[in-house]
Ligand binder design. Sequence first.
Ligand SMILES: [Zn+2]
Length: 245
Amino acid sequence: MTRREFGTSFSIFLSSFLLKDFDAFSASQYLTNQNLMGLEKPFLCGTHYKLIPEVFDAFEEMKKAASADGLRLWCSSGYRSFKSQKQVWNDKYKKIKNEFPSYSSQDIINCVIEYSSIPGTSRHHWGTDLDIVDAFGYENSNPLSHKNYDAGGEYQYLSYWLTENAAKYGFYKVYTNENLRSGFKFEPWHYSYKKLSKPFLNQFLEINILNTNGLSTCFGYEKFTENFISEYKQKYILGINPELL
Ligand SMILES: [Zn+2]
C-alpha cells in the first residue's frame, strides 16, 4: 500500500480497519449514501488509480499472482466521483447528439446507457469496482474494446486469466456475456470486489436516485422520471452477474 488519501470522516477511516479485522462488522456502515453516489470521497488508497483499502490490497495480491504468470495487470479506472461520471455522461451525450441530430433525448440516453451509468449510480463510485487492462498494452488508444479481449485480441490471455483466477482474490465480472442478462453491455474488463460491493448494492438500492445533488445538471435529466429510474434500477443496476446480487 503506498500513499493514502483521506476522504471524509474519521468514522469511515476507523470502520475500514474494523471491517478488515472483524468480518461480522456490517459492511453497510463502511460507506455513507453520499459516498455511494460519488458525492463525497471515501477513504481511498493508490496513486494512479484509487480503490478502498481492502480492495486495493486484494488487487495487489491478484497483480502479484498474474505477474508470476507473465501478465502485468493494471487498473485503467477505479474510483470515480459523481463529477467525473457526469463528465463521461455529458461528453457521450453531446457526441451522439452531434452525430445523430434527429435523435430524441430518449434515443440519446438509450445509446449512452449501453455502457455508461447515470451519474450517481456508477459502481465506480464505490471504490470496489475497477476496469482491468494489461499494462503491456496500455498504450493502446482504446484498451476497453471487445476486440482486445476476444479470441485473437491483444488481451486474450488477460481475459482468460481473469476468468479463471479473479474469484480467488474476491473479484467477479459484473457485466457478463450471459444472454439472459439485461442492462449494460458485456464488459470483459469490469470487475468488482464481491465482499464489499454486495452489501453496498443493497444499501444503494434504498437510495432515491432522483434526489441526487447535481443530477439536474446532467444532459437528458428531463427524461429521468420516476418510471424511467425504476426501470433503470431493475434492468441496469440489477442486470448484473447473479454472484454479485
Ligand atoms: Zn468499469
